[in-house]
Design a protein around this ligand. Structure first.
Ligand SMILES: Nc1ncnc2c1ncn2[C@@H]1O[C@H](COP(=O)(O)OP(=O)(O)OP(=O)(O)O)[C@@H](O)[C@H]1O
Ligand SMILES: Cc1ncc(C[n+]2csc(CCOP(=O)(O)O)c2C)c(N)n1
Ligand SMILES: [Mg+2]
Length: 345
């Protein structure tokens, strides 16, 4: 083991960046005061961080998966705007006794996810810079840049009554994985079905390719905080109501039932807590699975509205419709916006 405190900052940076892909649009990459790149079209920028104890715990920490998640949650935001990712700025604070091998694993996760997005969207996604600091708690803050053709960005504000509502990827799986972790399960010991849910929490895999097949959506959002909260944002931005169809959510709910049984069993026997659960007090497995699907973020599914005559592309499933009004409902019954919030409200 080699601790970071035994190495110089520039040595650390060059070690972790060995896999950084060459990219024609990068004129000056890591190494100068700032990066110089050549974007084509309009610049799209977003930032998202992972903070120890708020977004993950040391107990479940896998450095490679943490890197994947950090990249995925940023790339999902850039791509949900209809943009091609252009580059990542990676700012990192870690304890100075961190093993350099762990940091290399983190960057390997970052590069793997950036490559997955790049392959889906036919572009290269380099790390163009960042910052490194020492801290008792691990914090990874990424700024992701992307480019989009003039007037081609997908916004939250264009949904129209009569449009259909579609989802690419999943919702609820990362929330199920989170409750399994809070219930004391770990990916190393869980069976394949529950492990897949834990893996979605630890390293979501947004369906970037679906953003190529979507055509021209009237609105789009990356579902990071839960359908109930994120669709309420679309409803507010568009001045519409949104009705989810429970029958169309069945394919998302049913695969979560075994995990819901396990979590309810652990809770009933007074096992490990559910410190961050957003389900209130779900009484049945079906209630709990539904609450994960409605209120669980972090799978980074993409929700989009489009005229219902428009063919949804490969990777998109219909989950509801846009109507007049201003709220989100499930088969006509209002759904409270109780997705995730860092400050509890
Ligand atoms: N500290 C901040 N300073 C300036 N703008 C901010 C700050 N934090 C958030 N924002 C902006 O507020 C908006 C909502 O932020 P939020 O992090 O909730 O993004 P989101 O896309 O809704 O969620 P997620 O990042 O989980 O996908 C974004 O446009 C973001 O850029
Ligand atoms: C230890 C721990 N506690 C709670 C959660 C749940 N969680 C954290 S951030 C987030 C939504 C996206 O956040 P942002 O809007 O900042 O991108 C959710 C659902 C977790 N993953 N780990
Ligand atoms: Mg988002």
């Amino acid at each position: 083991m080699t601790r970071l405190s035994e190495l110089g900052e520039s040595h650390i940076i060059s070690r972790v960046l060995t896999r950084n892909p060459e990219s024609a649009h990068v004129i000056v990459g890591p190494g100068d005061d700032a990066a110089v790149t050549a974007p084509e079209g309009r610049l799209v920028s977003t930032a998202d961080m992972l903070v120890e104890n708020e977004d993950f715990t040391r107990d479940w920490l896998d450095w490679d998966l943490l890197g994947r998640k950090a990249a995925a949650q940023n790339l999902a935001d850039v791509c949900a705007m209809g943009a091609d990712p252009h580059g990542l700025l990676v700012s990192l604070a870690v304890p100075d006794d961190t093993d350099i091998a762990d940091l290399e694993a983190l960057y390997s996760g970052l590069f793997d996810e950036a490559e997955r997005a790049g392959t889906a969207l036919e572009c290269t996604v380099p790390i163009i810079g960042g910052d490194l600091s020492s801290s008792g708690l691990i914090v990874i803050a990424i700024t992701a840049l992307g480019t989009v053709r003039e007037d081609a960005a997908f916004l939250r504000s264009g949904a129209q009554p009569g449009d259909a509502l579609y989802l690419a990827g999943t919702v609820g799986r990362a929330a199920a994985g989170l409750d399994l972790l809070f219930a004391g399960l770990r990916r190393e010991t869980a069976g394949p079905e529950l492990r897949a849910l834990i893996d979605t929490q630890l390293a979501p895999r947004p369906d970037y390719g679906a953003l190529r097949t979507v055509g021209t959506p009237s609105a789009m959002i990356d579902v990071s905080d839960g359908l109930s909260l994120d669709l309420a944002r679309v409803a507010a931005a568009s001045g519409v109501g949104i009705d989810l169809d429970r029958a169309l959510l069945r394919d998302l709910i049913d695969p979560l039932l075994p995990a819901a049984e396990v979590v309810l069993d652990v809770r009933a026997t007074g096992g490990a807590g559910d410190a961050d659960s957003s389900d209130g007090r779900a009484a049945t497995a079906d209630d709990l699975a539904l609450s994960w699907v409605l209120d669980g973020g972090e799978d980074h599914g993409f929700a989009a509205s489009a005229p219902s005559r428009q063919d949804p592309g490969v990777g998109w499933r219909r989950i509801g419709e846009i109507r007049t009004g201003h709220d989100v409902s499930l088969d006509g019954t209002p759904v409270p916006a109780s997705g995730f919030s860092h400050f509890g409200k």
